[in-house]
Design a protein around this ligand. Structure first.
Ligand code: KG4
Ligand code: ZN
Length: 334
């Protein structure tokens, strides 16, 4: 089965061709980082306009790179949500047009399930049941993947997403956008114990996350200390990153033990973070859990993961009518 995946939920315009749900024949990602960098975050209106400019060349390149012609496809998978509505609409419109013209099955994909399916593009895909930590710029949530396409809600952030916290703290430190990669780079020269930022605890013991208090602490620290030198910026970045990683690892392992699952999945843009990957790997080992993480390039937004989830959904008989619409707040768990 050969599937074209299309992803435009946030600020990456992406298309990929995937064979048999596993073999990535092409994977094209046009990043809008440079457009949003001056604002320190994604500007929705600019994002949708750029998607409009890029979507056709990106899809054409994905097809050309794969050597597959549109009529040879078995289906088209597109991100239906969650995401920015103006951005999602661009991908949905193109997917619907191609499906109509070439009489191809159309499959809607939940972006978060796409992130989880990035793990199925590795040589070591997870078996169900597993616990998935999806940690990105828009989401930070734990799901109990009981069986294929069956997700139970376990925990989520009560305020900012972890990636959003990285982006905001990078802005506070004058490090640029996106914040995650630059904080990770700068933190490599810093001392993670230099500043004791608070780790949020849920008074009700829920496996939920919270990052806004941490972000405020960093903001107050920066304001109090005045303009920071290079070494101090590295210390703040390292200390902040350490707290985020600690919170994510602690809650994930606790939830896995509570749900009695033996497998963990770590995915989403923040899963590209080396410290998080190492810390969760170490904790998983300590507690006898198997951890599955996609390669870094498949952690951040891409369309190969959408094609992977779409292939699984297609095989299970999912089809969308050409009236398919974007759903900005599409939920994954029921
Ligand atoms: O999954 P993604 O590409 O888009 C969303 O679905 O949101 O995630 C983007 C987020 C951004 O907030 C970015 O700062 C963060 O992932 N990110 C990282 C790293 N690479 C990307 N966060 C921490 N460390 C990284 N290396
Ligand atoms: Zn994403």
């Amino acid at each position: 089965m050969i599937v074209l995946g299309i992803e435009s939920s946030c600020d990456e315009t992406a298309a990929a061709v995937l064979a048999d749900g596993r073999r990535v024949l092409s994977n094209v990602v046009a990043s809008q980082d440079a457009i949003h960098a001056p604002y320190g975050g994604v500007v929705p209106e600019l994002a949708s306009r750029r998607h409009l400019e890029m979507i056709v060349p990106v899809v054409e390149k994905a097809l050309a790179d794969s050597g597959v012609r549109l009529p040879d496809l078995d289906g088209i998978a597109v991100t239906q949500g969650p995401g920015l509505v103006g951005s999602l609409l661009v991908g949905c419109a193109v997917a619907k047009s191609l499906a109509y013209v070439h009489r191809l099955p159309l499959v809607p994909v939940n972006h978060l399930e796409g992130h989880i399916y990035a793990t199925f593009l590795t040589d070591d895909p997870p078996e169900h049941p597993f616990l998935a930590l999806v940690v990105s710029g828009g989401h930070t949530a734990l799901y109990h993947a009981r069986a294929p396409h069956e997700y139970g809600p376990v925990g989520q952030t009560r305020d900012d997403a972890a990636g959003e916290a990285f982006d905001k703290v990078a802005k506070l430190l004058g490090l640029g956008f996106p914040g995650g990669p630059v904080i990770e780079r700068v933190a490599a020269d810093g001392d993670p114990k230099a500043v004791m930022f608070p780790l949020a605890q849920m008074s009700d013991g829920a496996p939920d996350f919270s990052f806004s208090g941490l972000k405020t602490s960093v903001s107050l620290y920066v304001r109090r200390r005045g303009p920071l030198g290079r070494a101090e910026i590295a210390d703040v970045a390292a200390s902040f990153q350490a707290v985020v990683v600690k919170m994510l690892v602690r809650k994930t392992v606790k939830a896995a033990l509570h749900h009695g699952v033996k497998r963990l999945v770590l995915t989403g843009g923040v899963a590209a973070n080396g410290h998080l990957r190492q810390a969760l790997e170490a904790a998983a080992l300590e507690h006898g859990l198997r951890l599955h993480i996609p390669p870094r390039a498949l952690c951040t937004d891409n369309a190969a993961m959408i094609a992977a989830a779409g292939t699984a959904r297609l095989a299970a008989g999912a089809r969308a009518p050409l009236t398919l619409n974007a759903i900005p707040d599409l939920a994954l768990a029921r």
